[in-house]
Design a protein around this ligand. Structure first.
Ligand code: 3NM
Length: 231
C-alpha cells in the first residue's frame, strides 16, 4: 500500500515536471487567420515552428468544427515533428481527439475542475484570467498555467475586458506560483518592458501573424528579449 502510494506520488511528480517543461518558453504564439495577411493557419504555424517557437495555440472562432479538426490534426503533426507544445483554445473534445498537449479555456467556459475530470491529469489546462481573484480561483481549481491580460487594449479578442495594465502583471509576477503567459496588445516595441517587469512567457497574436515575414519578426523580437534585465 505504501509502495503504491509512493509510486502514485512519483508518477504525479513526473507528470507535473513534464507539464512544466512543456510550458518552459519565452514566446507563446497563437493562430488568428483573419489577421494573417491571407496566409492559412497551417502556413503561419509552419513559419512559427521554423523560427523555433515552442508553444502554439490553435485559436479559431469562425470555422466549422470539421475544418478546425482537420487543421488541428495537421498542426499536431507539425508540432510533434518540431518538439513543440500544442494547445487548443476552447474545444476540449478537439484537444482530446488530436492528442493536443493542452486546452485553453476562458472565464465563461466549462468549470476547470470538471474539465480536469474529463481530460485527466496529463493534459495541460490553461485559463485566461483578468484579475488576482480569477488567478487564485484558477490555481485552486487545478489550472497548469494562466493567461494574464489584456495588458494593453487589443481588438483581437472580441469579448475581453478593458486592459488590466501593469498592476495585474506586477501582482502575477509577485504572487502567481504557476506558469503564466502575459497577453494583450503586446508588440515588438513594448515587449522589453513587459519582460523587464518579470514576465517570463509572453504571447502575441497580431504582432506575429500579421507581420510580412513571420520568421524575421520572431528573430527580431528574440533579439529584443535577450539581455533584458528581469526581476
Ligand atoms: N486573450 P494581440 S487578450 C487571445 O487577455 C487573447 O485573455 C487575451 O491579441 C486575454 O496580441 C487576447 O493581437 C488577444 O493583442 C491578444
Amino acid at each position: 500500500d505504501q509502495k503504491a502510494s509512493h509510486e502514485l506520488r512519483e508518477s504525479g511528480e513526473k507528470l507535473h515536471d513534464l507539464k512544466r517543461k512543456k510550458l518552459d518558453t519565452d514566446l507563446y504564439c497563437l493562430t488568428a487567420e483573419e489577421y494573417s495577411l491571407g496566409r492559412s493557419n497551417i502556413e503561419v504555424v509552419k513559419a512559427m515552428l521554423n523560427a523555433g517557437i515552442k508553444i502554439i495555440q490553435y485559436r479559431e472562432k469562425e470555422k466549422k468544427m470539421l475544418h478546425k479538426y482537420r487543421e488541428c490534426v495537421k498542426i499536431r503533426e507539425l508540432t510533434w515533428d518540431a518538439g513543440a507544445t500544442f494547445i487548443v483554445n476552447d474545444h476540449i473534445d478537439l484537444a482530446m481527439m488530436v492528442e493536443a498537449d493542452g486546452v485553453h479555456i476562458g472565464q465563461d467556459d466549462l468549470p476547470i475542475e470538471k474539465v480536469r475530470e474529463l481530460v485527466g491529469g496529463k493534459m495541460i489546462i490553461g485559463v485566461s484570467t483578468h484579475s488576482p481573484l480569477q488567478a487564485q480561483d484558477a490555481i485552486d481549481k487545478g489550472a497548469d498555467y494562466i493567461g494574464v491580460g489584456p495588458i494593453f487594449s487589443t481588438r483581437t479578442k472580441k469579448d475581453v475586458c478593458d486592459p488590466v495594465g501593469f498592476e495585474y502583471l506586477d501582482y502575477a509576477v509577485k504572487n502567481v506560483n504557476i506558469p503564466f503567459v502575459t497577453i494583450g496588445g503586446i508588440k515588438e516595441h513594448n515587449i522589453a518592458e513587459i519582460k523587464a517587469r518579470g514576465a517570463k512567457m509572453i504571447a502575441m497574436v497580431t504582432e506575429i501573424v500579421g507581420s510580412e515575414n513571420i520568421e524575421k519578426k520572431i528573430e527580431s523580437i528574440r533579439r529584443k528579449l535577450s539581455g533584458v534585465y528581469t526581476r
